[in-house]
Design a binder for this molecule. Sequence first.
Ligand SMILES: C[S@@+](CC[C@H](N)C(=O)[O-])C[C@H]1O[C@@H](n2cnc3c(N)ncnc32)[C@H](O)[C@@H]1O
Length: 295
Amino acid sequence: MLHKSVLLNETIFAINPQSGGIYVDMTLGAGGHTRKLLEKSAPDGIVIAFDKDEKAISYASETLKREFKDRLILVHDNYSNCLARVREFGFDKVDGAVMDLGLSLDQIKGQDRGFSFLTDGPLDMRMDKRKPLTAEKIVNGWEENELANILRIYGEERFAGRIARNIVRKRPIRSTKELASIVELCIPRHLYKKTHPATRVFQALRIVVNDELESLQKGLTDAIELLKSNGTICVISFHSLEDRVVKNIFREFKQKKELRLINKKPILPSKSEVMSNRRARSAKLRCAVKDNRLN
Ligand SMILES: C[S@@+](CC[C@H](N)C(=O)[O-])C[C@H]1O[C@@H](n2cnc3c(N)ncnc32)[C@H](O)[C@@H]1O
């Protein structure tokens, strides 16, 4: 796997895994956080790891599962089902939970996945291949105003209307590069910032295809519900829409006196981490502890 874990030490420090503990990794990916949770909770800590991408689960079955055996439970499912799934395995509460949102580098680089405008590929963008909605169906099938809406809401794209109009005009659009070049023509050159002009459009499509913000809302709420008293939740987000959901849910639970925030401001990666892993540059880690006064 190509993926390099982000904010790994900071997350594990906050969770402080112990032998005998039970932990949930809501986003297995290449297994970096899961591995550290297992190592630090040796010899008998348990990790229940979710991923809705079949490739992440099969990679971990051949690597981590062989090494850690019964201490690792792999679940091929949306983390928004964590409450029921964790209880299915006989655990009522857990000592800690980690969410490392977004995509793994293996998904971004996978040519058949369609997540990147840097390589040409089909307009797919599904993390879970069992789901029917693809980016292609949205790009070629949705009404112009629906397209403009999602670009505005989930991409915070200023030129949403213009881009939607041109997408509809140029249909059918079959590949990531084709879509990226249509978007490029809709955004004035002098407004190109550090990021590629198609970044926000791809972000919006990905969020809709994978129902990302709804899943986050439900998954995070249920993960907090699953925590034992003094259990810790850590969430790493990569853009402002995700971070806003995390901040609001943490605030809501804090007001109900069910969570204590470990840090008011999010923890950011060090300069050296950003130098060695560009993907870390937009990461933000928020950590909170289940308040024991109510448990
Ligand atoms: C950034 S990667 C995790 C990387 C991992 N922490 C590591 O260190 O290797 C995010 C993973 O979460 C998965 N994912 C995203 N949303 C999900 C959801 N709602 N349910 C389950 N898995 C999800 C993605 O498929 C991806 O594999």
